[in-house]
Design a protein around this ligand. Structure first.
Ligand code: SF4
Ligand code: SF4
Length: 125
């Protein structure tokens, strides 16, 4: 039976080095959520991706995500798909050493239901 990783909201993935890529639609949603114009949002909260192929979220000086507040994501309802997809739809070897997501064995149907939820907007991981 497939394994689904249940996020425990430890926020380790919001603190480690990397970049959160943003699509145009995500920028539109995030700016609306913050009550800002897209231009102001881009100026204040984004930076150029390493490959210059688009925008990514800005980081704090300590490397944490700009939207991490204490132990919470301050844009949880509209967080980028890259955040929603980890660790079930993308991860890296050894991610379990840092990520506290609980590996739960589920039926194939339940696994597909949960993956569909991750992929759909308007639902939380
Ligand atoms: S947007 Fe939220 S979930 Fe994504 S890295 Fe930042 S704080 Fe974490
Ligand atoms: S995906 Fe893993 S590292 Fe990120 S908040 Fe959930 S349990 Fe923590």
């Amino acid at each position: 039976m497939p394994i689904f990783y249940e996020c425990q909201r430890c926020t380790a993935c919001c603190r480690w080095p990397g970049q959160v890529r943003l699509t145009d639609a995500e920028i539109t949603r995030l700016a609306a959520f913050k009550g800002m114009s897209e231009a102001d949002f881009i100026q204040q909260f984004t930076r150029l991706r390493w490959d210059r192929g688009g925008l990514a979220l800005q980081e704090k000086p300590d490397g944490g995500c700009i939207f991490l507040e204490g132990d919470d994501c301050s844009v949880q309802a509209v967080k980028p798909q890259q955040c929603r997809d980890f660790p079930n739809l993308w991860n890296f070897p050894g991610f379990q050493q840092t990520c506290k997501a609980f590996p739960r064995e589920v039926t194939e149907a339940e696994y597909q239901r949960r993956i569909a939820l991750i992929k759909s907007r308007g639902s939380h991981r």
